[in-house]
Write a protein that binds this ligand. Structure first.
Ligand code: AVJ
Ligand code: FE
Length: 440
């Protein structure tokens, strides 16, 4: 006999699916059909591909697998398989047109809402605690952030608007000493945590310093003014090679404004806000800045200990501020603003040791390659994480202003190639204590 799911879990799933779909709708209704079908950059998909792809994943996982229903459109599976279709080929595929894609998403969603009333949340691991639904919510939110990055690459008059982020409540400078000792990294209990965040395991770290705030535009300008982009000694060998091949001289989307710099942001030009975290830098640039500053990037474990370890209890928490879900007071998430907030804008989101803005604003590059934790098991499919494991990718942590709270927590892991700059990526620095310094 089938039992209805617990009402509160069902309601939360419906609310999250609905909230997420409204974001996808917003991102795809502010431009016309021709714009949706166009490829705005060879490294991005046409927006209409992302849209139908999230519907296709929802069909594959929720309608067919969880619901064991008949396929809606088996004929389009290959078109929307990211592994079968390289990005540069996507605009020339016989894609669903925008109205067809919207109708397809609607049909799939109707079936999902229908099966939600009969699914047994205790029957299979895939559906325990609503995991499959949470995975699909996070998948769509991740594509929404990708679509936001496509909007940032799009040339033309602005179509997105949002209020500016809150001002700084006071300067945040310097470094924080994280004492030596073990902490719990990853999670075995967070119900919607993805496979690469699991399992929880102990990691023992020596003492280290980590910046209290992300590197700002002012900081980054100082690196540029000191010849950062022209001095190979600050760069790794592959980094310098890429810097030269791509002729890098500033973060992506920066534009000269007379003697100064500004940036082009979602179709609007503005002067740099100096105390905002720098965004649209690749790993190699972050690494070069850190070397110039006499520091290094944090490892992934150092980032997570700074974000989760509570010195009072010794426990790892979900977020720097505790276990409560993010509110607008804690962090700049969810595309509420179309920019990172200045350093000091979220004092309520700081960690107990005083590290600010770990969550939200900009994804932060770490020096760690993307690997499975000890005891990793691919779930529910190898193509989410496992096929990317290796040193080719670097892990990014913390989420950006374009990351939804459903796809962001102290354990959440993002990854990308070191050359990538179209994502909302920035960084902070870390360093080892100098002899005697950690005894202060
Ligand atoms: C985790 C952001 C690297 O966008 O490539 C989307 C997420 N996986 N569809 C990506 C993802 C499958 C992934 N990142
Ligand atoms: Fe995807």
């Amino acid at each position: 006999a089938r039992t209805a799911p617990p009402a509160d879990l069902r309601d939360r799933i419906v609310a999250e699916l609905d909230r997420t779909r409204r974001r996808s709708a917003l991102l795809t209704e502010v431009v016309d059909d021709a714009d949706l079908m166009r490829q705005h950059s060879p490294i991005m998909s046409p927006l209409v591909w992302d849209l139908a792809h999230v519907g296709n994943q929802e069909e594959l996982w929720l309608v067919r697998d969880v619901g064991r229903r008949e396929p809606v459109r088996r004929d389009i599976d290959d078109l929307y398989d990211a592994f079968k279709q390289p990005r540069r080929d996507r605009p020339s595929l016989p894609l669903l047109r925008p109205d067809e894609a919207r109708a397809y998403l609607g049909t799939v969603r109707t079936k999902v809402l229908d099966l939600l009333d009969t699914v047994r949340f205790d029957e299979r691991r895939l559906v325990a605690d609503g995991f499959a639904f949470g995975m699909i919510v996070q998948h769509e939110q991740q594509h929404d952030e990708t679509m936001l990055a496509t909007h940032q690459l799009r040339v033309g008059p602005p179509v997105l608007a949002a209020p500016p982020p809150p001002p700084s409540a006071g300067p945040v400078t310097g470094e924080v000493l994280v004492p030596a000792g073990p902490f719990t990294m990853g999670t075995s209990t967070d119900p919607w945590a993805l496979d690469n965040e699991r399992p929880a395991h102990r990691v023992d770290l020596p003492a280290y310093f980590i910046d209290a705030a992300p590197v700002t535009n002012a900081d980054y300008l100082a690196f540029m003014a000191a010849g950062g982009y022209t001095e190979p000694r600050w760069w790794s060998e592959p980094g310098w090679h890429y810097r030269c091949a791509a002729n890098l001289a500033a973060p992506m989307h920066w534009r000269r404004d007379g003697a100064d710099w500004g940036y082009l942001r979602f179709g609007r030009f503005s002067p740099l806000v100096l105390d905002e975290p720098v965004v649209h830098v690749g790993y190699y640039e972050a690494e070069a800045y850190a070397a110039w500053a006499g520091k290094r990037l944090p490892t992934e474990a150092e980032w997570e200990k700074a974000a989760r370890w509570d010195p009072a209890s010794g426990r790892s928490r979900r977020y720097p501020w505790g276990d409560e879900d993010p509110t607008p007071e804690h962090a700049n998430l969810g595309q509420r603003h179309l920019a990172p907030a200045p350093v000091g804008a979220y004092p309520a989101g700081a960690s107990p040791l005083g590290v600010h803005q770990l969550v939200g604003d900009v994804w932060e590059w770490t020096s760690t390659g993307f690997h499975g934790y000890p005891g990793f098991a691919a779930f529910p499919y190898r193509e989410y994480s496992e096929v990317f494991f290796g040193e080719s990718y670097r892990v990014l942590r913390g989420g950006s202003f374009g990351t939804d709270r459903a796809a962001c927590r102290g354990t959440f892991r993002n990854w990308d190639l070191p050359i990538r700059r179209q994502i909302f990526s920035g960084f902070r620095c870390a360093r080892d204590p100098r002899p005697g310094e950690h005894d202060r």
